[in-house]
Design a protein around this ligand. Sequence first.
Ligand code: GTP
Length: 370
Amino acid sequence: MADAVDVRIPITLLTGFLGSGKTTVLNNLLKPSFWERLLRAPPLTAVIMNEFGSIGLDHQLVDNTQGTMALLSGGCVCCEIQGSLVPTLKNLWMGRRDGKIPPYERIIIETTGIADPTPILETLLRSDWVAKRHYLDGVVTTVDAVFGSGQLDQHFEAVRQVAGADRLLLTKTDLADAATIAQLESRLASLNPAAPVVQVQHGNVSPDHIFKLRAYHQSEPVKAKQWLAAENFRLVTGGSPLKTSGILNPSAPLHTGADGRIRSFSLQFEHALPWAGVAEALETLAEFCSQRLLRMKAIVNVQEYPGRPVVLHAVQHLFYPSIELPAWPDDDHRSRFVFITADLDEAFVSQLLTSFTQTVTTSPRDTFGA
Ligand SMILES: Nc1nc2c(ncn2[C@@H]2O[C@H](COP(=O)(O)OP(=O)(O)OP(=O)(O)O)[C@@H](O)[C@H]2O)c(=O)[nH]1
């Protein structure tokens, strides 16, 4: 689990609504001149697109028989997803192993503009073959400074992309006035308080905002605390009795992105919690409200693991393997959960966690694959 022994290849998921500047960011990152200016060697990067022809890179095919691989001038490998993601990753891996393509060090997957990135995350997590050789480093979402607000109003996919992000790149800030940018930044901060927002013009963004985020592998206590950013979320205390489903607009489909339906909030618990109770509460949420659970992260003081807080996170129904930290980041040993939900009553979530962690005391710890 420690970084030093993790030889798997990091995958960055680059997502964002149609035309929001994903390819522009990607093109910039693949340019050798960009890295020369930074006085850094460009990492060998394999790029996977899931939209044929959406990138105007000047490349030269190296494996025309399969029609999927290309060697880019910057030493990058590019392919379009043909079929599912797993065969594409296998093709790349075998080409790399057999020396047919350069030994890429990382992979960027650019999603289509209207894609919900969750199925890609699911593939990365559920395929044993993929998970043994790769890990998800982070989700980076581009948001158009000019049209982003309207897209968030009209398309729930745009909201999902923002809620699932570990970094938000606010693009085209050269085209928007300061007031529009400030308004959108504050909206993004309320939709996803944990994701730093970085302004970007013409794709010019520091690679440090894209690579090595370790968003799904927070094994260092202090970084895990920053990653959780619980202090940026509205703290919810107490809760309603569990009489309802917790769903606020049961008949309203999740097609529009009105911000009033999105809740970002945190819960905290003073005492250590039984692992089985935490697992059961989160399983229940995932089972009954998965579409409405856009993102969840937590650092939990588990009764059975004193002194070793457990990091958890989920995107919709997908729970990632839990990670035990070697120590707490500081003296604050309370369990903290942060949630971004759609039409899900925060008081209900609070009560669900409270009630499960008070009633369940023992069970093997296997739910989140620690
Ligand atoms: N002025 C300006 N134009 C930009 C910026 N970033 C991207 N663009 C332009 O916006 C348009 C869309 O950018 P893309 O990078 O193709 O966006 P995308 O998200 O990859 O688009 P799709 O793949 O179609 O979803 C292009 O014409 C870019 O040149 C920016 O920061 N400033």
